[in-house]
Ligand binder design. Structure first.
Ligand code: 6GU
Length: 272
């Protein structure tokens, strides 16, 4: 996979030299290039921003350096046959980036990340880019960062670890949080007794069936407690009798093909 990042703070992305992603780059599994947007300015002050038309606070990133930088990333000449690169534009006004997004992007050949700063990039850059890229404005969640760089670190790590060969043991991708729409179960290691706290006895039993059931129950309970939005998105077809019993205990029932809070219009359910 090829990844390009364009930023006015290329040093910010140096964290991608480290750890799993750094190793994948050394092994040639990921080809990652960081480009300094200011290299594509033409004035003495290397200006990348200007005041917003229509007034208002803050500054807007100028279109010309962005078009030049993205053009260089595309490589001049005619567009190669095959799929267009994806242009991810990090923004709190984007679509929310999820594990499903990471899985989708991990299948692509070429990802380009355009790190905006200030109040954002002139919208015409986004419009023009649609002629050359599949453009995806993306947000990490409902809070505001000062620029796209920190978000790109998160997104590149989430996508990069799904590229075949990057994570040593692919089994570890199967059981982690969000793999099945639920949060991960709690984990324990030695010693079996620590500060008067024992490891849950079932985990020492060697009984694989009971351990799997216990872990599934903890996933369901934890997800109900912390992420009711995820419970409401579960497909009832994937829930067995034991799952439904745990969810009922947490106040959720299957009704009309959906998982809903007990009492929320579910026929025959007692209202608390
Ligand atoms: Cl992707 N960018 C910025 N600037 N702020 C954010 C974000 C992205 N996601 C959440 N907040």
């Amino acid at each position: 996979m090829r990844i390009d990042v364009v930023s006015i703070f290329p040093e910010y992305l140096s964290a991608l030299d480290l750890s799993l992603i750094g190793k994948a780059r050394q092994q040639g599994l990921l080809e990652l290039t960081v480009t300094d947007l200011r290299e594509f300015t033409t004035d003495r002050h290397r200006t990348v921003d200007d005041t917003p038309y229509g007034g208002g606070a803050g500054m807007v990133m100028k279109p010309e350096p962005w078009a030049a930088a993205l053009g260089a990333v595309l490589g001049g000449g005619p567009a190669p046959a095959g799929e267009r690169p994806v242009l991810v534009v990090p923004s709190p006004a984007g679509e929310v980036f999820t594990q499903a997004t990471a899985r989708e992007l991990a299948l692509r050949e070429h990802l380009v990340f355009a790190c905006g700063r200030y109040e954002g990039i002139d919208e015409r850059v986004v419009d023009w880019s649609r002629e050359h890229f599949e453009v995806r404005p993306m947000s990490l969640g409902d809070y505001v960062l000062n620029g796209g760089e920190v978000a790109v670190l998160a997104m590149v790590e989430a996508v990069g670890r799904l590229v075949p060969g990057v994570v040593g043991n692919p089994e570890s991708l199967v059981e982690e949080s969000h793999a099945d729409g639920l949060l991960e179960y709690p984990v324990y290691t030695k010693p079996a007794l620590w500060r008067d706290r024992p490891v849950p006895e079932v985990l020492l039993s060697g009984h694989h069936g009971r351990i799997a059931r216990w872990r599934r129950d903890r996933q369901l309970q934890r997800t109900a407690a912390r992420r009711p939005d995820l419970v409401a998105s579960l497909d009832p077809a994937g829930l067995d009798r034991a799952d439904r019993a745990v969810l009922a205990e947490a106040g959720w029932v299957v009704s009309g093909g959906h998982v809903v809070r007990a009492g929320d219009g579910a026929s025959g359910e007692p209202v608390a």
